[in-house]
Design a protein around this ligand. Structure first.
Ligand SMILES: *Cc1c(COP(=O)(O)O)cnc(C)c1O
Length: 391
């Protein structure tokens, strides 16, 4: 089928929940994807920070194929070696040592909220303005942006919002009913907002003093995106609970809630569950993907490529007044424009570059971590022309 035919079927049979690009993708390899007409694109979206190990990584593909021929799914009322060995691997690479497995970021945040409420015996959750935590009723409630909540009330009770990067506001909002503070270490959908030095550390101090749990939503920042396996390590601040999804299994759907032994042991049999959570197939994909990150030194690559890429974007910023800011960490980069930048996304696509625009005027660059310097150079020269046309 060609792009037009695919778009027509989508329009007829799929609920129109996405503002889709007129692009039908067929295959990928590393940091490149191809559409159904055979045109190639450098992928700086990577499934929105999902394909950290690149498209069609042979080790991830092999792990999935092998596992699919053995056992795709079994109920969580039984044990599997894949699930326990993944949990052990996550304990080795993260600051936590207990895991609960689910299937998405929203589900991970739901699980974290349940865990925090049960552990503290309290109901209130403080989240940040301009945040993003998912699309279920409770996670749109946690999301501090009314555009995601409109038309879907009544929302879940017990949520309070404070401005991002304002520790005093959090301290003031905490009451004797507060269970937890939920925060993205870097706001992703909100426009790649990196908090100022010391913010997360101070936040942890306030939470600790007031006996409130700190939850990091690392759904987007996890698995090498910011230059370390987790942003908690990049910033040197350990939360009580971390939620994960997106890149965890190299593109295979999976989510996880990680916690300390003490917090994690709050969940008892019957408290929480997910039919598909931690299936042998998802766990095999996750183990393969995490091992690729380690073996292929993708954390170093994220830091190196991130610095190089950011430098290139900063050069462009010097040339054009329309570029307001370049920011980010590792390979989670944002370029804030003076005006809405949707048309730049279209221009980029026509030139063979996939980027996306978030928060209206922020171009987001979250490519596979193994993107090469040559590819970054190609992206930079296209961006130079695109912005030149736009300015
Ligand atoms: C993408 C995202 C989510 C939601 O993940 P889904 O898998 O789409 O449910 C939650 N939090 C953050 C920070 C995200 O970037």
């Amino acid at each position: 089928m060609n792009t037009k035919e695919i778009m027509a079927l989508d329009n007829e049979y799929v609920m129109q929940t996405y503002g889709r690009q007129p692009l039908a993708l067929k295959k990928g390899k590393g940091a490149v994807v191809w559409d159904v007409e055979g045109k190639s694109y450098i992928d700086c979206v990577a499934g929105i920070a999902v394909n950290n190990v690149g498209h069609a990584h042979p080790k991830v593909a092999e792990a999935i194929c092998k596992q699919a021929q053995e056992l795709i799914h079994c109920s969580n009322i039984y044990y599997t070696e894949e699930q326990v060995t993944l949990a052990k691997l996550l304990a080795e690479v993260s600051p936590h040592n207990k895991a609960f497995f689910c299937n998405s970021g929203a589900e991970a945040n739901e699980g974290a909220i349940k865990l925090a409420r049960k552990h503290t015996g309290k109901g209130e959750i403080i989240t940040m303005e301009n945040s993003f935590h998912g699309r279920t009723i409770t996670t749109i409630t946690a999301t501090g942006q009314t555009k995601y909540q409109k038309n879907f009330g009544p929302l879940t009770p017990g949520f309070k919002y404070v401005p991002y990067c304002d520790v005093d506001a959090v301290a003031d909002a905490i009451t004797d009913k507060t269970a937890a503070v939920l925060v993205e270490p870097i706001q992703g959908e909100g426009g790649v907002i990196v908090p100022p030095e010391g913010y997360l550390m101070e936040l942890k101090k306030v939470c600790h003093e007031k006996d409130v749990l700190l939850i990091f939503d690392e759904v987007q920042t996890g698995f090498g995106r910011t230059g370390q396996m987790f942003a908690s390590q990049t910033f040197g601040v350990t939360p009580d609970i971390t939620t994960l999804a997106k890149a965890i299994a190299g593109g295979f759907p999976m989510g996880a809630v990680l916690a300390s032994k003490e917090v994690g042991e709050t969940f008892q049999p019957g408290d929480h569950a997910a039919t598909f959570g931690g299936s042998p197939l998802a766990c095999a994909a996750a183990k393969a993907s995490i091992n690729v990150i380690i073996e292929e030194k993708l954390l170093e690559k994220s830091r190196e490529n991130g610095t190089y890429f950011k430098g290139k974007l900063e050069e462009i910023k010097e040339t054009y007044n329309i570029v307001k800011d370049v920011r980010g960490c590792g390979l989670m980069l944002g370029m804030e424009m003076e005006k809405e930048c949707g048309v730049m996304v279209d221009d980029a696509r026509e030139r063979g570059l996939i980027i996306n625009c978030t928060a209206g005027n922020v171009l987001r660059f979250v490519p596979p971590l193994m993107i090469s310097k040559d590819q970054i150079d190609a992206v930079a020269s296209m961006m130079d022309e695109i912005i030149g046309d736009f300015a």
